[in-house]
Write a protein that binds this ligand. Structure first.
Ligand SMILES: Cc1ncc(COP(=O)(O)O)c(C=O)c1O
Length: 389
């Protein structure tokens, strides 16, 4: 606490995030802050839509997410055609779960500390098909989740492994290449959720040879609610028959042919209806903003801020749930103050304008490109103040 913040200035103009004038914002894992250029891009789309079809006809609507798919493609190093834009990550996972529809005699592996939307679609499909959903039990040691824990649940009947790259509550990061190797060794498919990593951890779906990757715009990407994405490895597309289809799922949406379902020969077959288009435009702008900053730089910065937080936490005798090694964490850190009602600790921090969320019995801090060493110091001072009481 009280260490000089030299060298840990924000790596983006803080004036792009007016909320920072009021609070110490450490909650990108919950709701990210859209920078001003992202809000401007979304507003421009809103203004266009306010004129109805005058400037937004069927043809334009059919192509409106081309830019968003291209931006996601750049972010995760895949072709735009292999990306669908969805309204939420839940929707993306559910679309995949009902496409794959694993039946009786096979299993889906996840963990019991995932964000609920990672497991619910499979639990729901299981109600319909009788597939087995295996949730690796790490609830008593959430920060220690490893690929070996997952491997212990996988066998030759595993159809899908569905898991987060970075855990939303503990912040533990798994190596995607190891997960892919595990899936391949058992002829299973891997669905990776990168909602807590995209925007802060460089992602290369092609290099890692991922099968499916889902993520959203609202948190670390600094977009807004209503736009998420889903990557499908092109070799898997032909067999992908989504549970929800609609006019937008087809090769040419403006054709409106009600007689038969023909699916687009691209991942966008997972898109099916009218969407909150300004959110998708915002997603594209948000990705461009971060790509200009450089995701490698963002990760380096978040790691450095995390180390400063860890050092200060150790100094006041609080505990870190998140793995300490850089290779095992990204931008979020979960800490607990022993002997204190942790929910009250989080509430007190929020009252002190250090904005974080209660998760897993701890307080979850997210440290992003707009955060500075001074932000971490303010958080530590607030924690030390609580600890002393
Ligand atoms: C890892 C992860 N997956 C999925 C979700 C749910 O996202 P959405 O609200 O877009 O469905 C969250 C939200 O916190 C999350 O952290």
């Amino acid at each position: 606490v009280g260490v000089a913040s030299t060298g840990l200035d924000a790596i983006v103009p803080r004036s792009d995030f007016p909320a920072l004038e009021e609070v110490t914002y450490c909650n990108s894992a919950s709701l990210g802050l859209p920078p001003l250029p992202v809000r401007a891009a979304a507003r421009e789309m809103d203004d266009l839509l306010a004129k109805g079809t005058v400037a937004f006809d069927d043809e334009i609507e059919a192509r409106v997410y081309d830019g968003a798919r291209a931006a996601v493609g750049e972010l995760i190093n895949v072709a735009p055609d292999d990306v669908a834009i969805t309204c939420s990550v839940t929707e993306a996972i559910a679309q995949l779960a009902w496409s794959l529809m694993p039946g009786p005699g096979v299993n889906v592996v996840s963990t019991n500390i995932e964000f609920p939307s990672v497991t619910y679609p499979w639990l729901r499909v299981a109600q319909a098909t009788g597939t087995e959903v295996r949730l690796v039990d790490v609830i008593d040691r959430p920060g220690e989740l490893t690929v070996d824990d997952v491997a212990a649940a996988v066998d030759r009947d595993t159809a899908v492994i569905c898991i987060s790259h970075v855990q939303y509550a503990s912040g533990a990061l798994l190596d995607p290449s190891e997960l892919v190797a595990l899936a391949r060794a058992h002829d299973a498919l891997l669905l990776l959720d990168c909602y807590q990593s995209a925007g802060v951890v460089p992602i290369d779906a092609r290099l890692w040879d991922l099968d499916f990757l889902v993520g959203g715009g609202l948190k670390w990407l600094g977009g807004m609610a209503g736009a998420a994405f889903c990557y499908v490895r092109p070799e898997l597309l032909d067999d992908l028959n989504p549970g929800i289809v609609g006019w937008r799922s087809t090769p040419s949406p403006p054709d409106f042919d009600a007689r038969q379902i023909e699916l687009a020969p691209a991942a966008r077959r997972l898109e099916y209806a009218t969407m909150p288009y300004s959110a998708g435009i915002g997603l594209a702008a948000a990705i461009r903003y971060l790509l200009d900053v450089g995701i490698e730089r963002v990760l380096e910065h978040s790691h450095a801020l995390g180390e400063r937080l860890i050092a200060g936490i150790d100094a006041v005798g609080a505990e870190v749930i998140t793995p300490r090694e850089r290779e095992r964490r990204a931008g979020l850190m979960n800490i607990t103050v022993p002997g204190r009602d942790q929910a009250e600790v989080t509430r007190a921090l929020n009252r002190a304008k250090v904005i974080c969320s209660p998760r897993l019995g701890g307080s979850r801090f997210s440290l992003h490109c707009f955060n500075s060493g001074a932000d971490v110091d303010r958080a530590l001072e607030a924690i030390a103040g609580l600890h002393a009481r």
